[in-house]
Design a protein around this ligand. Sequence first.
Ligand code: ADP
Ligand code: MG
Length: 363
Amino acid sequence: MASIEIRGLTKRFGHRKAIDAVSLTIDRRDHLAILGPSGAGKSTLLRIIAGLERCDMGELRIDGRLANDLPPDQRSLAYMSQDYALYPQLNVRRNLETALLSLKLSSSERDVRCAEALAWFDIEPLTGQFPAQLSGGQAQRVALAKALIRRPDWLLLDEPFSQLDCRLRDELRGLLTRVCEHYQTCLVFVTHDPLDAFRMASKLALLDDGRLLQCAPPLQVYQTPSCRSSAELISPWGVNWLCSQSLDEAAAWSSPELIDDLRTELAGEICIGFRPENAQLQSSSGQSKTMKSSSGGSKLVLPVTVERVQSLGFAQWLTVCSNGQHYLCLVPHLPKIPAEKVDEQSHLVIAAEALLHCRRVSH
Ligand code: ADP
Ligand code: MG
């Protein structure tokens, strides 16, 4: 099976480890997203795979071949940097052609490749334009066309959507997936947006501070994040973490067994959290302490005051407070929470299955 295998990869810049003993395998069937905060080492890892940076320790194999010292142009991959790296003095057509130079194609083959790349990315009208005359979205498409025109086995993209608005971003996610499937190109891309990973990746590598936190399909990471940092990185709306005072507040309303279990976990090395999209708001009048024994599964019920309601159009974004602790919730737009409800006592209800139990530290 063709693959990229990384074993114990380490890269230092001065005293700082940008990549710290990272091991992972990317099968040719995978589209891999590398997700992490700024400075996590994502670009460095991608540049090592591309052959633009040397590692200090460890092993990189591409399709079974040791590639630590293999020149970039012998790696059957294309790499697109965050700044697109188009030649400013060449028009779009000439920029595309430069990517073909080392392939020694006939002029008719070159023409076919250029025409296909221009058509895929819908940039035929830009053929004679120079990079400085292109918008961010246009330059992005040209750079992607330039990367794919060589029909590489592996396409490495560093933050390919960072300069695009939401609509263009989503359009390009779909387009890129289709092009890669068409040419059977394996995509490895860097992002800090979990939605990119959900939309495009079959596998997700979470990096933080140079270390690999978790490597698994995006949904698996979402459902069972390995540690607190993993949970935060994969959650589009963030995570609310509970403290022991919150459990004291919830004790009167929630099942005693659940509270006991959560207290034990919190006292150990486990953080308990819930995502804004997994909380429901119920008014106090609809609540009774018999919730403790109500059917429908175990729930955490936290008395809160609604401090702020903001409409996101499709949903309401709430800031609620429980004994000085603030939590964020995403609740359906209807029923609309009227202004007079703000400052009133309510309850947050979170199903036990929706609670996150994460190790405090990554290792
Ligand atoms: P990310 O892409 O996740 O934001 P990078 O891989 O760019 O992170 O950087 C990881 C760490 O390595 C950062 O602390 C960064 O400052 C450092 N770094 C990256 N490239 C260099 C370099 N050429 N020289 C010195 N430090 C670097
Ligand atoms: Mg980067």
